[in-house]
Write a new protein. Structure first.
Length: 185
């Protein structure tokens, strides 16, 4: 961009620059950025700035607040500790922080023809209302789930992610990976 003249079509305290027009002011206005309050985003300074005749936009993607996506894996069976009741998988992140669950890959299976069981992933101890994963298996059938959420699930502030499995009959196996980030709240 060789032109250094920028005309602002509209501006206010809530949205700052909402469109610009380059050059002598006779061209079309172009929508560039429309933002609200970034107080808790970890972005410092302006979201969009002009420097050296170029528009610079702060990154607001997956890597926020110096966090990258983390994962926690598990494998539970009769020999390795299943069934379990509210077993911690991801520790509570601390005061003023919460976990965002981005997705999971799981496999729940029965070992014998009479196997039957239930597996749950919860935000904190299982209350029946805080389950973000629930699956049931009967006999030797395997139930596989692999999902990355478009909108992550936010767990309550300073709350751990826990696993609960119930063996109704015989032996079940539950294994998987949970993908998450920690955010300030």
């Amino acid at each position: 961009m060789s032109d250094s003249t920028i005309n602002v079509s509209g501006s206010d305290q809530a949205y700052a620059i909402d469109a610009i027009r380059l050059g002598d002011g006779t061209g079309d206005y172009r929508q560039v950025v429309c933002v609200g309050d970034f107080t808790n985003s970890g972005i410092t300074g302006s979201v969009a700035t002009i420097a050296a005749s170029a528009l610079h936009v702060s990154s607001v993607g997956e890597k926020q607040n110096s966090n990258t996506m983390s994962y926690a894996s598990f494998a539970l069976s009769g020999a390795a500790g299943s069934p379990v009741d509210n077993q911690e998988l991801i520790a509570a992140p601390g005061a003023n922080k919460a976990l965002l669950i981005h997705g999971y890959q799981t496999c729940l299976g029965g070992i014998g023809g009479t196997s039957e069981g239930v597996a749950m992933l919860t935000g904190g101890n299982d209350t029946g209302t805080n389950r973000f994963y629930l699956s049931q298996v009967m006999a030797e059938i395997s139930v596989d789930h692999s999902i990355m959420l478009k909108y992550p699930i936010q767990i309550d502030t300073n709350t751990a992610v826990k696993i609960t499995t119930t063996e109704i009959a015989s032996h079940t196996v539950f294994a998987g990976v949970v993908y998450y980030t920690t955010i300030p709240v």
